[in-house]
Structure formats: structure tokens, C-alpha cells
Design a protein around this ligand. Structure first.
Ligand SMILES: Nc1ncnc2c1ncn2[C@@H]1O[C@H](COP(=O)(O)OP(=O)(O)OP(=O)(O)O)[C@@H](O)[C@H]1O
Ligand SMILES: [Mg+2]
Length: 236
């Protein structure tokens, strides 16, 4: 097991956004969290990445407890987040945004190697546009940049929050293909998606989150055929 979330509750001020959630992620899997707006998906990712500390419960990564660590420490251990809404720095160039992802690393040769052999190989359009301001990229390209920036920290586990949001159907397919390729090359992924059809096609394992709790979980294949999931998330 690569990641284990044990019974966490996460509050914003006095209000619990996530209650007693437990999730396990096996090394090499894509695990998806699906659920409607406000269900607690982003909050769960924030609790893994250290942006939000759970009030109770524990998070373990590679056997080490991480739920009290800072986001930097957690990133250095091998977890990178691709945030909701991309959050690229629009005035900075594509290259500068990518290098920010590697700011905790010291080995310049390794960084250069990952830039060429991981990021630019998966995202040739970012290479073409590396000197361009990130704000001039299309939505799909900005999503690729956010993914590339996360990959620049050489993570073992990638947390992706709504990568397909606001993208055209063709761009969604392309992002899906890249997630699948990155996974095949050895990354473990937690994928949060409103596009349940895409998410359940990519993932091995799925959790349905409803009002801060886990309503259902199981192999993605099974959830795809579950009547409640079909009705609520796959359009009948
Ligand atoms: N910064 C915050 N301050 C206070 N409440 C928050 C904050 N962020 C989220 N919440 C609340 O926590 C709950 C869970 O929100 P969260 O963003 O985790 O949901 P989500 O599943 O990611 O939804 P969406 O699909 O809309 O992104 C919601 O009720 C939301 O209003
Ligand atoms: Mg969210």
C-alpha cells in the first residue's frame, strides 16, 4: 500500500467538510474520487498534500505518518498536487512555471533530464511555448502546464483535482490519454473528477464521496455498472 487515509475528519473553522473518511491507494493504481459539488473531494486532496491538516485521523505515505507535515515536506517525500483551476503563474513563462515545480530539488542535471524526458515528451506543445507567458496558453495547455509542473518534482503520487474541468471533449480525451500514459510509466494517481465517465474509464479503483463521507467504493469496473452510480453520475 502506498497511501493510507485512516478515518480523517477535516474542518473549516468549526464546520466539518469531510467526516471519517478512509481511503487506501495501492502502489501503481489510479484511484478516482467522484462526487457532486461540495462533497469534499478537494478537501480530501488538501488533507493529503498538507494544505489542510485533519482534525482527527491519520494519513500514511510509504508507511510514514504525514498528516502533521508541511506541504513542502510532503512534496519532498514524493506527493505532488495538480490543483483545481490549474493555478499557473500567468506573467511567468512556461519554463519558469515548470522549474517552480522542481524548486525543492538540487540536482540540476536530473531536473534538466526530467524537463526533456518527462515533461516535454508528454507535452511537446509546452516545449514549443516554453518562452511564452503562461497566461497566453489555452485552457487545455494550462492544464498540461499544471501537470508538467507537478511532474517536475518527480513525484511517486500525483493528486489531480478536476483536470478536465472546462475543457472541450477532444481536450478531455487528450488529457485522459496523458494521465493513462503517465500512469503506465509508473506514477500512482489520485484523480478527482466531475467527469465520472472519464474517471471510471481511467481508474482501477473508485470512491464515491457524498456530503463529506464515502457513500460507495470498489473496483472502477463495478462502479461503472452500479445502478445508483449510473443514475447519479453517468447520466442514467
Ligand atoms: N476554504 C473554505 N472555507 C470554508 N469552507 C470551505 C472551504 N473550502 C471548502 N469548504 C466547504 O467544504 C465542503 C467541501 O468542499 P470541497 O471543496 O472539498 O468540495 P468538492 O467536492 O471539491 O467540490 P467541487 O466539486 O465543487 O470542487 C463544502 O461544503 C465547502 O463549502
Ligand atoms: Mg473541488
Amino acid at each position: 500500500m502506498l497511501l493510507e487515509i485512516k478515518d480523517i475528519t477535516v474542518h473549516y473553522y468549526k464546520v466539518p467538510a469531510v467526516r471519517n473518511i478512509s481511503i487506501t491507494v495501492e502502489d501503481g493504481d489510479i484511484v478516482t474520487l467522484i462526487g457532486s459539488n461540495g462533497a469534499g473531494k478537494t478537501t480530501t486532496l488538501r488533507a493529503i498534500s498538507g494544505l489542510k491538516h485533519p482534525t482527527t485521523g491519520e494519513v500514511h505515505f510509504k508507511g510514514q505518518r504525514i498528516d502533521k507535515l508541511s506541504p513542502h515536506k510532503i512534496n519532498a517525500l514524493g506527493i505532488a498536487m495538480v490543483p483545481e483551476g490549474r493555478r499557473v503563474f500567468p506573467q511567468m513563462t512556461v519554463l519558469e512555471n515548470l522549474l517552480l515545480g522542481a524548486f525543492l530539488r538540487n540536482d540540476k542535471d536530473e531536473i534538466q533530464k526530467d524537463l526533456e524526458e518527462v515533461v516535454f515528451r508528454h507535452f511537446p506543445c509546452l516545449k514549443e511555448r516554453k518562452k511564452q507567458a503562461a497566461g497566453t496558453l489555452s485552457g487545455g495547455e494550462q492544464q498540461m502546464l499544471a501537470m508538467g509542473r507537478a511532474l517536475m518534482s518527480a513525484p511517486k503520487l500525483l493528486l489531480m483535482d478536476e483536470p478536465s474541468l472546462g475543457l472541450s471533449p477532444i481536450m478531455c480525451m487528450e488529457i485522459g490519454k496523458i494521465i493513462s500514459d503517465i500512469h503506465t510509466e509508473g506514477k500512482t494517481v489520485i484523480l478527482v473528477e466531475q467527469n465520472a465517465r472519464l474517471a471510471l474509464a481511467l481508474a482501477q479503483h473508485a470512491y464515491v464521496i457524498e456530503t463529506g463521507g464515502i457513500a460507495l467504493s470498489g473496483p472502477a469496473k463495478e462502479l461503472r455498472n452500479n445502478d445508483n452510480v449510473k443514475k447519479a453520475y453517468l447520466g442514467g
